[in-house]
Design a protein around this ligand. Structure first.
Ligand code: COA
Length: 575
């Protein structure tokens, strides 16, 4: 079928649906919802048999839904309606939630139901629920709805006739619904409120006496310091987060957005103020499971080491790269045969920290510092000679993060993960992280240049299955997050216990030495950085413009040509 995805943005859910539908042989094109006339033009050009709207912020015009079947993905259970579906479910402490695929009609979210799926609702950030449970349920329900539509014998169920209706119409959640009363709300309530507003719009609050929006909360199991502090008071700082007292405990707050500013780690958004708080460092890199805020944590089992790095949004600032490199260098000294880089639960890495760069006095200098810190980290990984290294991708990964992962000997991705192994979307960035060394080794020696260039140029997301099929990754593992961790640990233990480990490590060191003799890593780096220097300091400001729009979330004014296939020159509806 020809399926048009009409969407507000090419977010991870839209990327997943595009990949799933294309994987089933459908012809998919994408149009951003910019204006009614633009959407009408896309429909006229592409002549879709079906329109799917994964992520819209406004209604589809009647001129379209009255003539074409339009399937809306609503992140709520059957009968739930309104623009804050997940926010209400998380804040209200629902234990089960779902996704409904319904047909667009005049009343928002009230059309007949084509398919639905439910899931247990974790206590987690809205953005995490969206990228995991909602995305999985949406993929299941959309594929079922598409099959039903193709079969031509399915009658979608009007809401009034659905026996499963449990939801109801709820209004837009306002900041007045989100207010945290630090004197009255307990830790669990405050946490739910921040979770329900993460990553957008955040909870309007104050920090250091200044109005701001807060994001990214973590509970603290053992309250540190200041036993006499009042609820709401800030107690301590650790790396990028600050600790705030609640009525019955304390919460770490990781990110804040000051009025007119962009979302930043709290210790960057309020640098001077946060520096005055007492520091509450952790003793070492060992993982303190869930009991406190910890962005980098290490654990071991069965001869394998596991390095977790839970960086918000997967963005890695200069300081975060430097700390992770230090942790990696320490882990390399541990008596383990395998070292697994676990990344975070929602993202493995999305490369350099564009928000921190934007906020710096000289974004060009900070870009330069950040890419060099990323490169130092990548080199630390490439040069690990005493362990087989693995990047285990439980969450999405993009741009430099993909090539950092590729610096490991093996890359295993969880089914459902989306990879974006290219830099060009960020104002034609050339990219570094030794990709010119790492990528050709992976995607076939015979056609090295061509295939590598293809991956970088196509700018298309890869599903975990596709990434394994192209050779970019080594395996696509279980889709369930827990099953993935178990599978990763089992495979790592097997490699660590295998009789050929020593021979494997010797071969790895030999290959590295040979590669180094042919062309040193430093030469790859120098060449890549020569391009990056032009991107950061040259006369073409594309990267700085693209970064500005990305961090400020500027509305799109056109759909990129590589997504809107119906706008290709010479595109014709197949006969
Ligand atoms: N720096 C800072 N913030 C980043 C980031 C980065 N490198 N990558 C992602 N983010 C932020 C987004 O702004 C968004 O923030 P929000 O929660 O405040 O809206 C959040 O992380 C999630 O990103 P989003 O784009 O919504 O996620 P996605 O899963 O739909 O898309 C990508 C994933 C990788 C396609 C997309 O985030 C992207 O293009 N990132 C930039 C990658 C890049 O160019 N890095 C620099 C070159 S190495």
């Amino acid at each position: 079928m020809r399926i048009l995805l009409l969407t507000h943005a090419f977010n991870s859910l839209t990327q997943r649906l595009q990949a799933e539908l294309q994987g089933r042989g459908h012809e998919v094109s994408i149009e951003f919802d910019i204006a009614d006339s633009v959407a009408e033009e896309a429909v006229a050009l592409f002549k879709p048999q079906l329109i799917v709207a994964p992520y819209l912020r406004r209604a589809i015009p009647e001129s379209i839904w009255s003539r074409h079947v339009c399937l809306i993905v609503h992140p709520g259970i059957i009968g739930d309606r309104g623009p804050s579906a997940l926010d209400w479910a998380i804040q209200g402490g629902e234990v089960e939630w779902g996704v409904t695929v319904l047909q667009a009609e005049a009343a928002m979210d009230a059309g007949p139901v084509w398919a639905s799926a439910v899931f247990p609702l974790r206590c987690a950030k809205k953005s995490s629920i969206y990228r995991n449970e909602v995305t999985q349920a949406a993929a299941t329900a959309v594929l079922q709805a598409v099959e039903r539509f193709a079969a031509e014998d399915f009658a979608p169920m009007p809401l009034t006739a659905c026996s499963a209706v449990q939801g109801r119409l709820r209004p837009l959640m306002k900041q007045s619904d989100r207010v945290i009363d630090w004197q009255r709300d307990d830790t669990a309530t405050a946490l739910r409120k921040v979770h329900a507003a993460d990553g957008f719009p955040g909870v309007a609050d104050t920090l250091f006496g200044e109005a701001c929006h807060i994001f990214d909360a973590w509970p603290e199991a053992g309250l540190r310091g200041a036993p006499d502090a009042r609820p709401g008071e800030l107690l301590a700082r650790r790396e990028t987060a600050v600790l705030r007292k609640t009525r019955d405990g304390a919460l770490w707050i990781g990110h804040a957005k000051r009025a007119g500013g962009i979302k930043l780690p709290v210790t960057l958004a309020f640098a001077a103020e946060a520096a005055a708080l007492p520091e509450a460092p952790l003793a070492d890199w060992w993982r303190v499971d869930g009991a406190t805020w910890q962005d980098i944590g290490y654990e071991e089992s069965d001869g394998a080491g596991f390095l977790h790095f839970e960086f918000y949004s997967g963005a890695m600032s200069t300081a975060q790269c430097e700390r992770l490199r230090a942790a990696l260098a320490w882990a390399k000294q541990r008596p383990v045969g395998v070292l697994v880089l676990m990344g975070g639960a929602d993202f493995w890495s999305n490369g350099i920290h564009l928000n921190a760069i934007e906020a710096a006095g000289s974004p060009a200098d900070e870009s330069w510092n950040n890419i060099n810190a990323m490169n130092n980290l990548a080199r630390e990984l490439i040069e690990a000679g005493s362990q087989i290294t693995v990047a285990a991708l439980a969450g999405n990964t993009g741009a430099g993060g993909c090539f950092l992962a590729r610096a490991a000997d093996l890359v295993w991705a969880r089914e459902g993960v989306i990879l974006n192994p290219h830099y060009k979307n960020m104002g034609n960035l050339y990219g570094s992280e030794y990709w010119t060394y790492l990528l050709p080794r992976r995607v076939g020696e015979a056609s090295v240049g061509e295939k590598s260039r293809g991956i970088m140029r196509n700018r298309q997301p890869l599903t975990a299955q596709r990434a394994a099929a192209t050779g970019f990754t080594d395996a696509c593992l279980a889709g369930d997050a827990r099953a993935f961790r178990i599978d990763v640990a089992r495979r790592a233990a097997e490699i660590a216990a295998a009789p050929d480990l020593a021979a494997r490590l010797a071969a790895k060191r030999e290959r590295r030495a040979e590669d180094e003799a042919i062309k040193p890593l430093a030469a790859y780096r120098e060449e890549e950085l020569a391009h990056m220097r032009r991107n950061f300091y040259g006369f073409d400001p594309s990267y700085h413009v693209a970064r500005h729009h990305f961090v400020r979330k500027s509305l799109a004014s056109w759909t990129p040509r590589h997504l809107a296939r119906h706008r290709d020159l010479g595109w014709q509806v197949p006969a």
